[in-house]
Design a protein around this ligand. Structure first.
Ligand code: IPE
Ligand code: IPE
Ligand code: MG
Length: 249
Protein backbone atom coordinates (compact mmCIF):
# COMPACT_ATOMS: atom_id res chain seq x y z
CA UNK A 1 0.00 0.00 0.00
CA UNK A 2 1.41 3.42 -0.91
CA UNK A 3 1.53 6.11 1.72
CA UNK A 4 -1.24 8.10 0.01
CA UNK A 5 -3.54 5.10 0.06
CA UNK A 6 -2.65 4.53 3.65
CA UNK A 7 -3.41 8.09 4.69
CA UNK A 8 -6.68 7.95 2.75
CA UNK A 9 -7.65 5.16 5.04
CA UNK A 10 -7.10 7.22 8.14
CA UNK A 11 -10.25 9.05 9.25
CA UNK A 12 -10.04 12.82 9.08
CA UNK A 13 -12.55 13.33 11.83
CA UNK A 14 -13.32 10.95 14.69
CA UNK A 15 -16.35 11.42 16.95
CA UNK A 16 -16.45 9.50 20.22
CA UNK A 17 -19.12 8.74 22.82
CA UNK A 18 -16.95 8.21 25.87
CA UNK A 19 -19.15 5.83 27.83
CA UNK A 20 -18.53 3.48 30.73
CA UNK A 21 -16.85 5.61 33.40
CA UNK A 22 -19.39 4.64 36.06
CA UNK A 23 -19.18 0.93 35.34
CA UNK A 24 -15.39 1.08 35.28
CA UNK A 25 -15.46 2.50 38.80
CA UNK A 26 -18.15 0.16 40.06
CA UNK A 27 -16.16 -2.87 38.90
CA UNK A 28 -13.41 -1.64 41.23
CA UNK A 29 -15.83 -0.82 44.06
CA UNK A 30 -14.95 2.86 43.67
CA UNK A 31 -17.32 5.84 43.53
CA UNK A 32 -18.47 6.91 40.06
CA UNK A 33 -16.49 10.16 40.13
CA UNK A 34 -13.24 8.16 40.21
CA UNK A 35 -14.36 6.68 36.90
CA UNK A 36 -14.92 10.18 35.52
CA UNK A 37 -11.49 11.27 36.79
CA UNK A 38 -9.85 8.29 35.09
CA UNK A 39 -11.92 9.10 32.02
CA UNK A 40 -10.19 12.48 31.80
CA UNK A 41 -6.82 10.69 31.75
CA UNK A 42 -8.06 8.61 28.83
CA UNK A 43 -9.11 11.83 27.06
CA UNK A 44 -5.59 13.20 27.41
CA UNK A 45 -4.09 10.01 25.96
CA UNK A 46 -6.49 9.85 23.04
CA UNK A 47 -6.11 13.53 22.13
CA UNK A 48 -2.34 13.05 22.07
CA UNK A 49 -2.60 9.83 20.04
CA UNK A 50 -4.92 11.42 17.46
CA UNK A 51 -2.68 14.47 17.22
CA UNK A 52 0.38 12.27 16.65
CA UNK A 53 -1.40 10.30 13.97
CA UNK A 54 -2.38 13.44 12.09
CA UNK A 55 -6.14 13.18 12.62
CA UNK A 56 -7.69 16.54 11.57
CA UNK A 57 -10.53 16.69 14.04
CA UNK A 58 -11.67 14.90 17.18
CA UNK A 59 -15.12 15.42 18.67
CA UNK A 60 -15.75 14.06 22.16
CA UNK A 61 -19.15 13.72 23.82
CA UNK A 62 -18.53 14.87 27.38
CA UNK A 63 -22.01 15.72 28.68
CA UNK A 64 -25.33 15.23 26.95
CA UNK A 65 -28.41 17.39 27.25
CA UNK A 66 -29.97 14.35 28.99
CA UNK A 67 -27.17 14.00 31.56
CA UNK A 68 -28.79 16.74 33.72
CA UNK A 69 -31.14 13.93 34.78
CA UNK A 70 -28.32 12.38 36.83
CA UNK A 71 -28.12 12.86 40.58
CA UNK A 72 -27.23 16.45 41.48
CA UNK A 73 -23.99 15.41 43.14
CA UNK A 74 -22.75 13.67 40.04
CA UNK A 75 -23.69 16.61 37.79
CA UNK A 76 -21.86 18.97 40.17
CA UNK A 77 -18.78 16.77 40.19
CA UNK A 78 -18.79 16.59 36.42
CA UNK A 79 -18.97 20.40 36.16
CA UNK A 80 -16.07 20.76 38.63
CA UNK A 81 -14.04 18.24 36.68
CA UNK A 82 -14.76 20.07 33.44
CA UNK A 83 -13.64 23.38 34.95
CA UNK A 84 -10.47 21.90 36.47
CA UNK A 85 -9.56 20.02 33.31
CA UNK A 86 -10.03 23.02 31.02
CA UNK A 87 -7.89 25.16 33.34
CA UNK A 88 -5.17 22.56 33.56
CA UNK A 89 -4.99 21.44 29.95
CA UNK A 90 -5.57 24.53 27.90
CA UNK A 91 -1.91 25.71 27.88
CA UNK A 92 -0.69 22.34 26.77
CA UNK A 93 -3.32 22.08 24.04
CA UNK A 94 -2.42 25.56 22.85
CA UNK A 95 1.30 24.72 22.80
CA UNK A 96 0.51 21.78 20.59
CA UNK A 97 -1.37 23.96 18.12
CA UNK A 98 -4.75 22.44 18.92
CA UNK A 99 -7.86 24.53 18.35
CA UNK A 100 -10.47 23.92 21.02
CA UNK A 101 -14.17 24.53 20.72
CA UNK A 102 -17.22 23.54 22.70
CA UNK A 103 -20.51 22.66 21.02
CA UNK A 104 -23.83 22.56 22.86
CA UNK A 105 -26.04 24.93 24.76
CA UNK A 106 -23.69 26.70 27.09
CA UNK A 107 -26.22 29.00 28.76
CA UNK A 108 -26.98 26.28 31.29
CA UNK A 109 -23.39 26.10 32.57
CA UNK A 110 -22.06 27.82 35.68
CA UNK A 111 -20.65 31.28 34.91
CA UNK A 112 -17.06 30.28 35.69
CA UNK A 113 -17.28 27.46 33.17
CA UNK A 114 -18.76 29.71 30.48
CA UNK A 115 -15.88 32.14 31.00
CA UNK A 116 -13.27 29.40 30.79
CA UNK A 117 -14.84 28.04 27.61
CA UNK A 118 -14.72 31.49 26.01
CA UNK A 119 -11.08 31.94 27.10
CA UNK A 120 -10.06 28.53 25.77
CA UNK A 121 -11.73 29.16 22.44
CA UNK A 122 -10.26 32.65 22.07
CA UNK A 123 -6.78 31.55 22.98
CA UNK A 124 -6.68 28.64 20.53
CA UNK A 125 -8.77 30.11 17.69
CA UNK A 126 -5.86 30.55 15.28
CA UNK A 127 -4.37 27.10 15.88
CA UNK A 128 -4.39 24.69 12.99
CA UNK A 129 -2.74 21.38 13.83
CA UNK A 130 -5.94 19.68 15.04
CA UNK A 131 -9.49 20.60 15.99
CA UNK A 132 -10.62 19.32 19.37
CA UNK A 133 -14.37 19.67 19.84
CA UNK A 134 -16.00 18.99 23.18
CA UNK A 135 -19.75 18.36 23.05
CA UNK A 136 -21.14 19.57 26.36
CA UNK A 137 -24.82 20.02 27.12
CA UNK A 138 -25.09 18.90 23.55
CA UNK A 139 -27.99 17.09 21.91
CA UNK A 140 -28.31 16.28 18.23
CA UNK A 141 -31.96 17.31 18.24
CA UNK A 142 -31.07 20.64 19.82
CA UNK A 143 -28.41 21.11 17.14
CA UNK A 144 -30.85 20.57 14.29
CA UNK A 145 -33.42 22.87 15.89
CA UNK A 146 -30.93 25.69 16.43
CA UNK A 147 -29.95 25.39 12.75
CA UNK A 148 -33.60 25.53 11.72
CA UNK A 149 -34.16 28.59 13.89
CA UNK A 150 -31.44 30.44 11.99
CA UNK A 151 -32.91 29.39 8.65
CA UNK A 152 -36.47 30.21 9.72
CA UNK A 153 -35.21 33.70 10.61
CA UNK A 154 -34.06 34.16 7.01
CA UNK A 155 -37.44 33.04 5.75
CA UNK A 156 -39.15 35.48 8.10
CA UNK A 157 -37.13 38.42 6.76
CA UNK A 158 -37.83 37.34 3.18
CA UNK A 159 -34.14 36.70 2.49
CA UNK A 160 -35.05 33.17 1.35
CA UNK A 161 -38.23 31.25 0.52
CA UNK A 162 -39.22 27.98 2.26
CA UNK A 163 -38.55 26.10 -0.99
CA UNK A 164 -34.92 27.33 -0.93
CA UNK A 165 -34.24 25.16 2.12
CA UNK A 166 -31.97 22.24 1.18
CA UNK A 167 -29.98 19.63 3.05
CA UNK A 168 -26.82 21.59 2.17
CA UNK A 169 -28.26 24.70 3.76
CA UNK A 170 -29.07 22.84 6.97
CA UNK A 171 -25.62 21.20 6.90
CA UNK A 172 -24.16 24.70 6.81
CA UNK A 173 -25.90 25.71 10.04
CA UNK A 174 -25.49 22.67 12.30
CA UNK A 175 -22.44 22.44 14.56
CA UNK A 176 -19.14 21.41 12.93
CA UNK A 177 -20.25 22.76 9.53
CA UNK A 178 -16.71 24.00 8.89
CA UNK A 179 -15.03 20.64 9.61
CA UNK A 180 -14.83 17.53 7.44
CA UNK A 181 -17.76 15.29 8.33
CA UNK A 182 -17.01 12.72 11.03
CA UNK A 183 -15.90 9.65 9.12
CA UNK A 184 -15.45 7.38 12.13
CA UNK A 185 -17.74 7.19 15.16
CA UNK A 186 -16.62 5.24 18.20
CA UNK A 187 -18.74 4.36 21.23
CA UNK A 188 -17.06 2.68 24.18
CA UNK A 189 -18.85 0.96 27.05
CA UNK A 190 -20.79 -1.68 25.13
CA UNK A 191 -24.05 0.16 24.38
CA UNK A 192 -25.00 0.32 20.73
CA UNK A 193 -26.93 3.57 20.46
CA UNK A 194 -26.37 7.18 19.41
CA UNK A 195 -27.87 8.77 22.56
CA UNK A 196 -28.76 12.02 20.77
CA UNK A 197 -25.15 12.71 19.71
CA UNK A 198 -24.46 14.16 16.24
CA UNK A 199 -27.68 13.09 14.50
CA UNK A 200 -27.34 15.12 11.32
CA UNK A 201 -23.58 14.82 10.97
CA UNK A 202 -23.44 11.03 11.35
CA UNK A 203 -25.56 10.34 8.26
CA UNK A 204 -22.75 8.44 6.49
CA UNK A 205 -20.25 7.93 9.30
CA UNK A 206 -18.76 4.48 9.89
CA UNK A 207 -19.93 3.23 13.29
CA UNK A 208 -17.66 1.32 15.66
CA UNK A 209 -18.80 -0.06 19.01
CA UNK A 210 -16.51 -1.57 21.60
CA UNK A 211 -17.14 -3.10 25.02
CA UNK A 212 -14.00 -1.44 26.40
CA UNK A 213 -15.02 1.02 29.13
CA UNK A 214 -13.85 4.57 28.45
CA UNK A 215 -11.20 4.82 31.22
CA UNK A 216 -9.56 1.72 29.74
CA UNK A 217 -9.60 3.05 26.16
CA UNK A 218 -6.06 3.74 24.97
CA UNK A 219 -3.87 4.00 21.90
CA UNK A 220 -4.05 0.26 21.37
CA UNK A 221 -7.86 0.10 21.43
CA UNK A 222 -7.93 3.22 19.24
CA UNK A 223 -5.71 1.41 16.73
CA UNK A 224 -8.21 -1.45 16.64
CA UNK A 225 -10.95 1.01 15.72
CA UNK A 226 -8.71 2.58 13.07
CA UNK A 227 -7.95 -0.84 11.61
CA UNK A 228 -11.66 -1.63 11.43
CA UNK A 229 -12.23 1.70 9.67
CA UNK A 230 -9.41 1.06 7.20
CA UNK A 231 -10.89 -2.31 6.24
CA UNK A 232 -14.30 -0.94 5.29
CA UNK A 233 -15.53 -0.02 1.85
CA UNK A 234 -17.43 3.27 1.93
CA UNK A 235 -19.99 3.11 -0.84
CA UNK A 236 -22.19 6.17 -0.28
CA UNK A 237 -25.05 4.48 -2.10
CA UNK A 238 -22.97 3.15 -5.00
CA UNK A 239 -22.18 -0.48 -5.71
CA UNK A 240 -18.92 -2.00 -4.57
CA UNK A 241 -17.79 -2.37 -8.19
CA UNK A 242 -18.41 1.30 -8.90
CA UNK A 243 -16.32 2.26 -5.88
CA UNK A 244 -13.45 0.05 -7.09
CA UNK A 245 -13.64 1.62 -10.57
CA UNK A 246 -13.65 5.14 -9.12
CA UNK A 247 -10.56 4.30 -7.10
CA UNK A 248 -8.77 3.09 -10.22
CA UNK A 249 -9.74 6.19 -12.21
C1 IPE B 1 -19.80 8.41 30.47
O1 IPE B 1 -19.75 7.44 31.45
C2 IPE B 1 -19.54 9.79 31.02
C3 IPE B 1 -20.72 10.69 31.03
C4 IPE B 1 -21.88 10.41 30.56
C5 IPE B 1 -20.51 11.99 31.61
P1 IPE B 1 -21.03 7.08 32.30
O2 IPE B 1 -21.04 7.94 33.51
O3 IPE B 1 -22.26 7.10 31.48
O4 IPE B 1 -20.68 5.58 32.72
P2 IPE B 1 -21.69 4.36 32.83
O5 IPE B 1 -22.43 4.27 31.54
O6 IPE B 1 -22.59 4.65 33.98
O7 IPE B 1 -20.79 3.20 33.08
C1 IPE C 1 -23.84 9.40 26.46
O1 IPE C 1 -23.63 8.53 27.54
C2 IPE C 1 -23.36 10.76 26.79
C3 IPE C 1 -21.92 10.90 27.05
C4 IPE C 1 -21.00 9.98 26.94
C5 IPE C 1 -21.54 12.20 27.47
P1 IPE C 1 -24.79 8.12 28.52
O2 IPE C 1 -24.22 7.08 29.41
O3 IPE C 1 -25.38 9.31 29.15
O4 IPE C 1 -25.85 7.48 27.50
P2 IPE C 1 -27.18 6.67 27.75
O5 IPE C 1 -28.10 7.53 28.54
O6 IPE C 1 -26.80 5.42 28.51
O7 IPE C 1 -27.69 6.34 26.40
MG1 MG D 1 -23.24 5.72 30.36
Amino acid sequence: MTSTEKSNRLPQHIAIIMDGNGRWARARMLPRYVGHREGVKAVRKIVEACHNKGIRALTLFAFSSENWRRPRDEVGLLMDLFIRTLKKEIENLHRNGIRVRIIGERDAFPKRLRELIAEAEDKTRANASMDLVIAANYGGQWDISQALRVIAGRVATGEIQPEDITPDMIAGEVSLADLPEPDLFIRTGGEQRISNFLLWQLAYTELYFTDVLWPAFNEHTLDEALQSFASRQRRFGRTGDQVEQLKGA
